[in-house]
Design a binder for this molecule. Structure first.
Ligand code: GLY
Ligand code: MN
Ligand code: MN
Length: 441
């Protein structure tokens, strides 16, 4: 299944009125002194080109006399390629990427102002690349000087990511295939982690095993920093230290997802380190599981993420009341947002090229976006009862639980992309009791 980048560029071309869209690639980010973080392509640039190199710029121009699409990229350079890797180069790019006109990035200052001239509107990311924004403003200022030139000059900037975000909201068949593969890879890693973890092992060993499986199966690293959080560490939502010893009778919360061809998975399971949930852990786990299954169960075309959240919150609030965390009625807990102490996050987000996919949540009229076939999102309720919270019954303190799956909306309802990873108490305990090497394929 191929991804039709040209089609996507054409769609964007149709949207930009009297304008030029400027989409820079990702760039190297310094990790320390002269060493960079691993390069990761910008999601929007990838969505429109499929081109994996840094230091490039895609331009889509409505009013240019000859071409609709331009690409600036690094030229071939034997010495640079010897040190830092192969480059596609100007000649091959034109043909392989189906772009109308390709320039070396070294010609940007000379060529881009000529392309901008004749357009009133400039579409670009106004907030995340100040260096590039300043550069474009400089070009616009220069163009504006030629007042007698009988061509439109740039006079309005429009923020581009929400426009591309709308396009990215409904996944094409090829994208769904990549998302499924990412979820499948993660599913092997999560199952292996359940089987591998035991008291005395370190969170870091579990993290390493999951990374190993993910890369061995063709994943391209993690879609986000893995959270491998034993015991009370699970009550830190973005715990990424992953370096503490795992204790008997505690739970291990793992929120980890492989990236496959830049498409993310985002999956959480919470299981007993010694293989058996304690009665208290079971009670809490059942509440979170019930909330998650109820939210997923009602997913169909026309529903919304807010409806998912409201269903989950109601069950979590009832559960907290039943366990003696609150005395108030469920209505009062929700009305006063009391539950937010123990469930401080939302129940899901769009998923795609970004783990929190950069697509809008509201329509232009500010209503919730309704599910349509091809949308993908997470459902991830949790309960977090910190060790030092004296309002929580003693036997429940220090337990943090989240369960997260990746859901695709279909014409018939939904498909759970991460359904292969055990979730019921019995299935989880059975998986914990297996030999982890079975999942190494
Ligand atoms: N892993 C981040 C999240 O669940 O949203
Ligand atoms: Mn997650
Ligand atoms: Mn998530």
């Amino acid at each position: 299944m191929t991804l039709n980048f040209k089609n996507r560029r054409q769609k964007l071309f149709e949207v930009i009125e009297d304008g030029v869209a400027l989409i820079p690639s990702g760039n190297y980010v310094t990790k320390s002194h002269d060493t960079d973080f691993p390069f990761r392509q910008d999601s929007n640039f990838n969505y429109l080109t499929g081109f994996g190199e840094p230091q490039a710029l895609l331009v889509i121009a409505k009013n240019h006399s000859e071409h609709k699409t331009f690409l600036f990229l690094r030229p071939k350079d034997q010495l640079a390629e010897l040190w830092s890797g192969r480059r596609l180069g100007v000649e091959k790019a034109q043909k392989e990427l189906g772009i109308d006109k390709v320039f070396s990035i070294d010609e940007l200052d000379k060529e881009l102002p000529n392309i901008l001239l004749g357009h009133k509107h400039i579409y670009l990311d106004m907030f995340h690349n100040q260096g590039f924004l300043q550069k474009v403003l400089g070009f616009c200022q220069k163009i504006g000087m030629g007042k007698k030139n009988k061509k439109h000059k740039p006079e309005k900037f429009i923020n581009l990511p929400p426009i591309i975000g709308k396009m990215r909201l409904i996944k094409e068949a090829g994208e769904i295939k990549l998302l499924k593969r990412a979820a499948t890879i993660s599913s092997h890693a999560h199952k292996a982690a359940m089987a591998f973890a035991s008291p005395g092992k370190n969170e870091s060993e579990v993290t390493a095993l999951m990374d190993y499986i993910s890369r061995k199966e063709g994943g391209h690293g993690n879609a986000y920093e893995s959270i491998v959080a034993g015991g009370d560490n699970a009550n830190i939502l973005h715990y990424v230290d992953n370096n503490m010893v795992l204790n008997d009778k505690e739970l291990l919360l793992i929120d980890a997802g492989a990236e496959f061809h830049l498409y993310a998975s985002d999956i959480t399971r919470t299981f007993p380190i010694n293989g058996k949930y304690t009665p208290e852990q079971k009670d809490l786990y059942q509440i979170v599981l019930e909330a998650q299954e109820a939210a997923i169960g009602q997913v169909k075309v026309g529903k919304t993420l807010t409806e998912n959240h409201n269903i989950a919150v109601k069950i979590l609030a009832q559960g907290l009341k039943d366990l003696g965390v609150f005395n108030e009625s469920v209505e009062e807990i929700i009305e006063k947002n009391l539950h937010r102490t123990y469930y401080p996050h939302g129940t899901g987000h769009w998923l795609g090229l970004d783990v929190h996919d950069n697509s809008p949540y509201l329509t232009d009229e500010l209503n919730d976006i309704k599910f349509t076939a091809g949308m993908v999102f997470t459902v991830e309720p949790g309960l977090y009862l910190p060790k030092n919270d004296e309002k929580v019954p003693k036997n429940l303190r220090g337990i943090g639980i989240r369960i997260e799956d990746d859901i695709l909306v279909t014409d018939k309802g939904f498909e759970n992309l991460s359904k292969d990873i055990p979730k019921s108490i019995q299935e989880v305990e059975d998986t914990c009791a297996t030999d982890y090497t079975t999942f190494l394929l």
